[in-house]
Design a binder for this molecule. Structure first.
Ligand code: BTN
Length: 254
């Protein structure tokens, strides 16, 4: 039986030994008309992009770096839901290899409190219509601490570090793309509810005391829930419920 059992995701693959960033390459392909599910994948990135202007350290041959082009039938304001869809798929794929993956809001996937995967969603849209979405995913599969600069190694891990064995990249990739397609299809057919439900089960953020940094401010409180659009709801010490659409969460331990 074939490794990959999807209908769309990864049925067309654009492989490059090296790229600045798979998100950038996928964005150009999508602008030129590439179809839903086409994937750009590489062995290394020389300018891998993280959220909030950060870089994604992308050493050669060890990890997984890819971007999927999506053409969702969604209004632009619902596009952020796709990032949570991807986080759920990632956590489930990691759990299938027996790792206890958890999601830190909005979309950091962690093992034992350390980041193992990241998602960067980029959008091309008009006010009323999404042209396409580029869903970029990086997963640390076989990198050791020595493969990252010290400041990254301090908070990151890889699946192989946690499992204590090498991880088969092709197998993991096929599993992940399968999960991704399943959750994308469910989201398309049923909507955000089942995604939100599963996200909450997999979350390490809810119930925690958190410090949230947004572009403009800092907020401290207890992460109570995510709402129907994936925003984090934080109960402050003063008792008000604040809604955070984008930011970084630090989980504070008492
Ligand atoms: C984050 O957590 O900050 C998001 C990291 C996203 C990294 C992936 S690797 C493949 C794709 N191409 C990029 O340049 N970034 C994403």
């Amino acid at each position: 039986t074939p490794l990959l059992s999807t209908h769309h995701v990864g049925q067309t693959i654009h492989f490059h030994p090296s790229l600045p960033s798979t998100n950038e390459a996928a964005f150009r392909l999508a602008a030129d008309g590439a179809e839903h599910g086409e994937v750009v994948i590489t062995e290394q990135q020389t300018a891998g992009k993280g959220r909030r202007g950060r870089t994604w350290v992308s050493p050669t041959g060890l990890n997984l770096y890819f971007s999927v082009i999506l053409r969702p039938e969604l209004p632009p304001q619902r596009a952020p839901e796709l990032t949570l869809v991807a986080a759920v798929a990632l956590a489930e794929a990691l759990r299938e290899t027996d790792a206890d993956a958890r999601i830190k809001w909005p979309n950091d996937v962690q093992l034992g409190g350390r980041k193992v995967a990241g998602i960067l969603t980029e959008l091309s849209a008009e006010p009323e219509r999404v042209h396409f979405v580029v869903l970029g995913i990086g997963v640390n599969l076989n990198a050791g601490p020595e493969d990252f600069p010290p400041e990254v190694a301090a908070t990151a891990t890889s699946l192989s570090q946690v499992l204590g064995r090498r991880v088969n990249r092709a197998l993991f990739t096929a599993t992940l793309w399968g999960r991704l397609e399943e959750w994308l299809d469910l989201h398309h057919e049923v909507g955000f509810d089942p995604v939100r439900h599963r996200w909450k089960e997999l979350s390490s953020t809810l119930g925690q005391e958190v410090l949230v940094r947004t572009d403009r401010s800092e907020l401290r409180g207890v992460a109570e829930d995510i709402d129907g659009s994936g925003a984090l709801l934080v109960r402050t010490a003063e008792g008000s419920l604040e809604r955070v659409l984008a930011g970084d969460v630090e989980q504070l331990r008492p």
